[in-house]
Design a protein around this ligand. Structure first.
Ligand SMILES: Nc1ncnc2c1ncn2[C@@H]1O[C@H](COP(=O)(O)OP(=O)(O)OP(=O)(O)O)[C@@H](O)[C@H]1O
Ligand SMILES: [Mg+2]
Length: 235
């Protein structure tokens, strides 16, 4: 593999999340590995599903959702509420839901190969892994996770597949995941749930986006009948 092959493309991949593309010069760099890290219920699954749905319905970019965290039925049902009909997409061959809920430690290497095999067989341009945290629980040692992240990143860039890897941040924790994936990833978007006097509010911030002059402010996360959008915070 040459350095040239590993270079991130200048081309941008529209996220389908209203308000997000403008914060990152038009979208994710094609072929990049982006972490979407956040607290429970902050909107990671909805946002990543929207990213795949947008690609498959508007841009002819096939997508795969690899789930270590959510069951197929729950995912399809919850996403229908936002008008995302993944059943139709799947029947047309433009989407695939890979259920990895029963993945065991011994088979993690083959799981990675299987994911990459599906990406290349389907010519998928968008991949979501929900979540790295759930996947990493299958590894015994930290070093294994590092190898896997590096492998994923290189392979994805070669296949031109833009990957959104979800990372769970437990309530009350400041660190993002295991600390390895933060450095390897090309971009990090943080979804937070903030407690305020009158209740909770969800907000997002771009922590890192390589090769991009990105926005550095907090943006409100709005979840409505059409899915997720971001709105600048008014101060
Ligand atoms: N139909 C809806 N309308 C408005 N808000 C909704 C709707 N459905 C879910 N939500 C909000 O979105 C949250 C769930 O979002 P999502 O499943 O994407 O979170 P997540 O970050 O993936 O959480 P987890 O880490 O637990 O998987 C709910 O807790 C709720 O606040
Ligand atoms: Mg989720």
């Amino acid at each position: 593999m040459t350095v040239e092959e590993l270079k991130i493309s200048d081309e941008r991949v529209s996220t389908g999340i209203d308000g997000l593309d403008d914060l990152i010069e038009g979208g994710f760099p094609r072929g990049s590995l982006i972490l979407l890290a956040g607290s429970p219920g902050s909107g990671k699954t909805i946002a990543s599903a929207q990213y795949l749905y947008h690609g498959a319905t508007k841009l002819k970019e096939k997508g795969i959702y690899v789930s270590f965290a959510e069951r197929r039925e729950t995912f399809f049902q919850n996403m229908e509420r936002f008008g995302f009909d993944f059943e139709i997409l799947e029947s047309k061959g433009n989407f695939q839901f890979l259920d990895m809920m029963t993945c065991s430690e011994e088979t993690i290497g083959s799981v990675i190969n299987m994911i990459l095999g599906e990406v290349s067989a389907m010519h998928a341009k968008r991949l979501v892994i929900d979540s790295f945290s759930a996947m990493a629980q299958a590894f015994k040692k930290k070093i294994d996770a590092r190898i896997i992240v590096h492998l994923l990143e290189k392979m994805m860039r070669q296949t031109d597949c833009t990957t959104l890897m979800l990372v769970e941040i437990p309530t009350g924790t400041a660190a993002i995941g295991m600390g390895i994936e933060e450095f390897v990833a090309d971009g990090i978007i943080l979804f937070e749930t903030v407690e305020e006097k009158i209740g909770i509010r969800k907000r997002a911030i771009i922590r890192k986006m390589r090769g991009t002059n990105h926005n550095m402010n907090y943006n409100n996360i709005i979840i409505s009948a059409n899915g997720i959008s971001l709105m600048p915070e008014v101060t």
